[in-house]
Design a protein around this ligand. Sequence first.
Ligand code: GLC
Length: 445
Amino acid sequence: MIYRALLSVLFITSIVQISLSQSYTPSATNLEARQWFSDSRFGLFIHWGLFSIPGSGEWVMNDRKITVQNYTLLERFFNPSEFNAKAWVGAAKNAGMKYVTLVTRHHDGFSLWDTKYSDFNVMNTPYRKDIVKMVADECRKQNIKLFLYYSLLDWRRDDYPYETGRTGQHSGRASKSDYANYLRFMKNQLTELLTNYGEIGGIWFDGHWDQTAPEGERDRSSRLDWKYEELYGLIHQLQPQCLIGNNHHLNPLPGEDFQMFERDLPGENTSGLSFQEASDNLPVEACQTISESWGFNLNDTTYKSSKQLIQYLAKSAALGSNLLLNIGPMPNGEIQSEFQDRLSDIGLWLQVNGESIYGTSAGYLPPQTWGCITQYNDKMYIHVFDNNGDDIILDRFPYKKIKKAYSLADDAKVKTEIRQGNAFVSTKSADVKDDVHVIVLEVAN
Ligand code: GLC
């Protein structure tokens, strides 16, 4: 009898939980924010913190098996004399980006703001200034939206369920974890971030994969019940417009407002991390690095060229996705010239060709070897990558007429023809001088 009663209580609680997690209805402001986000297409990812100091990427604590005790020494060296929020946000703005996603607390557990809930924070370094506040104020001034990266995984705290984690096994933790306590801690910190820094564009969660089998395995279920309905519910309650995304490398979970792909364009899986399908009803964002590493890395000089990055941005848009492009500033707060130069090259290109990126939707064909397509109403934008003078053939062209065809940069007329349902776009007639040359087709039926 007792057993049956218990069963029904359990049953009811799980129904309540399921319906709680599935009952999320985004607010009108949230839907508006999703549209804004999707139209914006381009943002700056900033990985910076104590991990920048050794110059070995943001995983240095885990990779070099540094204990919590020893890693804590880094706190004493954090004194970024050249940090300038105006310069960082300005770099994003000049690159034509519309938002910044700032790492506020990475897996090493260091908080880049004045938090009451952890001593391991920027106010206890020699620098003693709230970085998140300075970046938030500057974003507001320069009309850039601020998104906050927040790690679910922690290599430092004992209450994080590290026993079942895939990483962070060498930091010297011994006592038993306590997720209820850790969840409370995250809620407190998120409440600070969503209360003290004005409007926040979104929360970018990371680290879920620590508690699952590696990407590509059949069973990717989590060993930990993260209680997302509570975390997500809190965020949407504090700031309903705030977009939630989670880099779990899975299909979106209930309560999330956008989907992300790490080091891949939606539908691709070159990284081995992206087995998930691209969502067709949520905004999608691909994040990518300029070099290999996310955090500052002295050994990493594999910078992608400006041309490759512009092509990547065009391809993201051609797949209906945003691009979140990463920089890892140096420990002194400066952005190295290799990053600055590339950001300004992209910005110059966007000043001329932005119309083919912002507010557009995916092309009717996915990216091809010759380039890719975006579209806005009756304008189709053909991004020509490495022009060899051959006609571009647009298979099964979905329109009857091309009313006008011209280069976006200089209005120079481009020859086109529709034959047997395919469109032929001559690239000889276009004065192709840009790395990614955009031809506009004004189409009609
Ligand atoms: C991965 C890495 C992390 C990085 C993130 C950015 O999850 O663990 O270091 O911040 O990707 O996409």
